[in-house]
Design a protein around this ligand. Structure first.
Ligand SMILES: Cc1cc2nc3c(=O)[nH]c(=O)nc-3n(C[C@H](O)[C@H](O)[C@H](O)COP(=O)(O)OP(=O)(O)OC[C@H]3O[C@@H](n4cnc5c(N)ncnc54)[C@H](O)[C@@H]3O)c2cc1C
Ligand code: SF4
Length: 520
């Protein structure tokens, strides 16, 4: 009996459920580099090279582990360059008795997997992705009957489900579930920042860098300064370095932003977790062990674990709960395209320029840069949440629809009207000034609301509140903001709104459509 096991590009885990259900002696693992997948979003070039190289290295790791691998490289497409076309060709080649695959990470690909049994006339078994603690059914039963889906309660249930950082009596270690209050300090640029390991490009990675440069010329993003792990071994080295050097300051400085510093105390592990090189379950156990051994304080361990078993799993749960049309939600009815400086980085706003420069250089920005700089600005100007989502899908190394969409359309753009967040994440320039050193080097004055030097975030923030009062006025968490706006008086309000209109009129709109991507 021949089993064909399909391993997708974000399933680069040796302990994947589909592999565990197959026998290396009689199974063939199929991996395909599909042009359709490489170009359905205009990926950052670094992201494309990373995924292709990590896939190729994973195929080698599978062979080393005793699997027979049928690997279809990009240049050797059989017939139409699509997933389904490649699987059809492989079914023809190997005549399997069954197809095994771990469930997909997004609706579009899951629909493809579900169509194959009928299409190919071969039984297709789709297995649960147990790299996540909460299955789709677990999240549905948690969400069922709740009026609001507050992450904190989901997180507590995840702690109980795993037993992580719990006492023998099932209570949270230290008596509290959440140590967030002790975190979130601004950072100074002269603080010691850890130097994470760099992984120079090997021959396979260099081949993909050249291929991406040659074949995807219209895509943007730097490929210089390659430092990414593309094997599980190197990703584990990156994980260990984070735990040893940065974890204890992660909580303190997770919201801080410093000019020219993109790594800071963040883990940079999301690309490895999301593509499968790292196993989140192993990571949790490592934290737990370090906490129990007394080498990691409780607030550090709890702060980081919350990000992964809490936020990461919660976002995945929301994505599958909300359904395939979540992507079309647009609570504010916003229609603007993003300004072209999101692609060029050419803007006088120093905060935006800093984050965009780093984004196009490294395909990385940390959470607060994504939420309170680029996301904040997009929401304030009334950008179409779907266009914003596509931009985030395009530029970040860790972008996969299941995690990008709820973060972008939900958390950042409030496009779902409050499924993810209880209020929109918007602010004036004051927040950015408090958490960063960006304003000191900016041509605008963060203290001014109107006038030629006024920080654009200031007028835009108040204008956003005024123009969306019908939708937000009754929100309890917005009450103080509206009370402040009402105290401005009509004359000031008019000036501020006129300034916001001037800022918006000065922005162009970059057309967004399917990019040319693959030049064939
Ligand atoms: C607008 C917007 C878009 C985002 N898009 C993505 C995305 O495409 N892919 C992605 O993995 N994350 C996304 N995030 C969440 C978060 O910004 C990134 O996970 C984080 O910046 C990755 O960098 P890091 O590994 O250094 O994370 P750290 O700051 O070191 O955090 C540790 C880990 O926690 C997890 N995590 C923390 N917050 C979240 C969250 N809100 N959602 C999911 N995981 C979380 C990640 O796995 C991350 O590696 C987005 C956030 C926003 C506001
Ligand atoms: S002054 Fe305004 S635009 Fe300039 S860096 Fe500060 S927040 Fe950004």
């Amino acid at each position: 009996m021949t089993t064909l096991v399909l391993v997708l590009g974000d399933q680069l885990s040796l302990s994947l459920s589909s592999l565990r259900a197959a026998d290396p002696a009689s199974a063939i693992v199929l991996m395909v580099e599909v042009a359709e997948e490489a170009s359905y979003v205009r990926h950052h070039r670094r992201k494309l090279a990373y995924i292709l190289s990590a896939m190729r290295h994973h195929a080698e790791a599978l062979r080393d582990a005793g699997w027979t691998v049928d690997y279809v490289p990009l240049e050797a497409a059989h017939g139409p360059a699509s997933f389904t076309g490649e699987v059809a060709a492989a079914v023809e080649r190997h005549k399997p008795d069954r197809l095994l695959v771990t469930e997909a990470g997004e609706w579009r690909v899951q629909a493809m997997l579900e169509s194959w049994q009928t299409l190919f006339g071969v039984p297709v078994e789709i297995l649960t992705d147990d790299r996540f603690i909460a299955s789709h059914a677990d999240f549905h039963s948690w969400a069922n009957g709740r009026s609001d889906l507050v992450m904190e309660y989901f997180y507590r249930e995840q702690r109980v489900r795993t037993g992580l950082l719990l006492t023998d009596g099932g209570k949270p270690e230290g008596g509290r579930w959440n140590y967030d209050k002790e975190n979130r300090k601004p950072a100074e640029s002269d603080l010691f920042m850890p130097e994470p390991p760099c992984f120079p490009a090997d021959a396979i990675t260099r081949e993909f860098i050249a291929l991406v440069q040659r074949r995807f010329q219209d895509l943007l993003g730097d490929l210089d300064e390659w430092d990414l792990a593309v094997t599980r071994g190197d990703a584990l080295t990156a994980q260990a370095a984070f735990l040893d050097q940065a974890l204890c300051s992660f909580g303190d400085y997770q919201d801080a932003m410093v000019s020219g510093a993109h790594r800071m105390w963040h883990s940079h592990l999301s690309p490895y977790l999301n593509s499968g090189l790292l196993d989140p379950l192993e990571l949790y156990r490592e934290f737990e062990a370090r906490y129990r051994a007394g080498t990691v304080p409780l607030n550090c361990a709890e702060g980081f674990i919350r990000q992964i078993i809490g936020w990461r799993e919660y976002m995945r749960g929301i994505y599958w709960l909300a359904g395939p049309d979540y992507v079309d939600r647009n609570f504010f009815g916003s229609t603007r395209g993003l300004p072209s400086f999101y692609w060029t980085g050419e803007t006088d706003m120093n905060c935006m320029a800093q984050v965009l420069e780093q984004t196009w250089r490294y395909a990385y920005a940390h959470h607060i840069q994504r939420l309170m700089v680029t996301g904040n600005f997009a929401l304030l100007i009334g950008a179409d949440p779907n266009a914003v989502h596509l931009w985030y899908m395009e530029v970040y190394l860790d972008a996969y629809e299941w995690v990008t969409l709820p973060n972008t359309l939900g958390m950042s753009q409030f496009g779902d009207g409050g499924l993810v967040g209880t209020k929109p994440y918007v602010s004036t320039g004051q927040y950015i000034n408090r958490m960063s050193d960006y304003c000191g080097g900016c041509r605008y004055d963060v203290k001014q609301r109107v006038g030629p030097d006024a920080c654009p975030f200031n007028s835009l923030y108040w204008d956003f509140l005024a123009r969306n009062r019908d939708k937000l006025g009754a929100n309890r968490r917005m009450r103080n903001a509206y009370a402040s706006w009402d105290r401005f008086g009509v004359d000031t309000q008019e000036k501020v709104r006129a300034k916001a209109a001037e800022v918006i009129a000065g922005l162009d709109e970059a057309p967004y459509g399917p990019g040319p991507g693959d030049q064939g």
